[in-house]
Design a protein around this ligand. Structure first.
Ligand code: HEM
Ligand code: HEM
Length: 147
């Protein structure tokens, strides 16, 4: 399996990554900055439910995406030491997001949940930047197109 990802494989990761990030970021905006007038006073916008469930589905799809790049892309690039540092940052970002996402979903304890939430938002909002740098540098370090 080559390091270079196929067209469909790349698009899968880009689309899932964009929907994942947008659903998380929009949820943050609606949850903290938007209230609508309900029968019994101000209430949360109903779109929050749609956003967080979209986020949950795309989070699972991203785990499939992560698994799909391990055997070919990561193992081969790692052996060749190509784009290694930004690749390690990608892996760290994914690891922190999946562990903190797991805590958010399964842990009721307020203290740990609050810390996980902040870590998750900060790293989540940084994901597009980390991915952008990784992809740009990856293209630049390309030496042999078919590996
Ligand atoms: C590998 C990537 C990611 C995974 C596996 C993941 C997973 C999760 C999970 C499981 C939850 C809990 C859902 C629930 O409570 O129903 C969650 C919540 C959330 N995620 Fe993500 N997420 C990822 C990336 C992102 C990104 C890129 C952002 C960008 C801002 C983000 C922002 C959020 C926010 C704002 C919440 C709600 C937090 C709260 O309840 O206070 N996530 N995520
Ligand atoms: C979280 C895991 C990762 C994801 C989702 C990911 C995703 C991507 C994507 C979408 C591209 C641009 C498309 C392409 O060039 O085929 C890319 C390029 C690249 N990545 Fe990763 N990557 C990950 C981890 C790593 C790691 C750990 C390494 C190195 C050890 C690495 C090395 C490279 C290289 C060398 C390129 C340029 C490949 C080329 O010649 O096209 N990646 N990566």
């Amino acid at each position: 399996m080559p390091i270079k990802l196929g067209q469909i494989h790349q698009w899968y990761l880009y689309v899932v990554g964009v929907v994942l990030t947008l659903s998380g970021a929009l949820w943050l905006y609606f949850h903290y900055f938007v209230r609508i007038e309900g029968e019994f006073g101000p209430m949360h916008h109903p779109i929050e439910h749609f956003l967080i469930s979209t986020h949950g589905i795309t989070a699972a799809l991203m785990m499939i995406g992560l698994g799909s790049v391990i055997p070919g892309h990561i193992v081969r690039a790692w052996t060749m030491r190509r784009n290694l540092w930004t690749g390690i940052f990608m892996l760290l970002t994914m690891a922190v997001l999946s562990v903190s996402g797991y805590f958010l979903y399964y842990l009721g304890a307020e203290g740990i949940r609050d810390v996980s939430a902040i870590v998750h938002w900060v790293v989540g909002l940084a994901l597009p930047l980390v991915a952008w740098v990784h992809i740009q540098r990856g293209f630049k370090t390309r030496k042999l197109s078919n590996r």
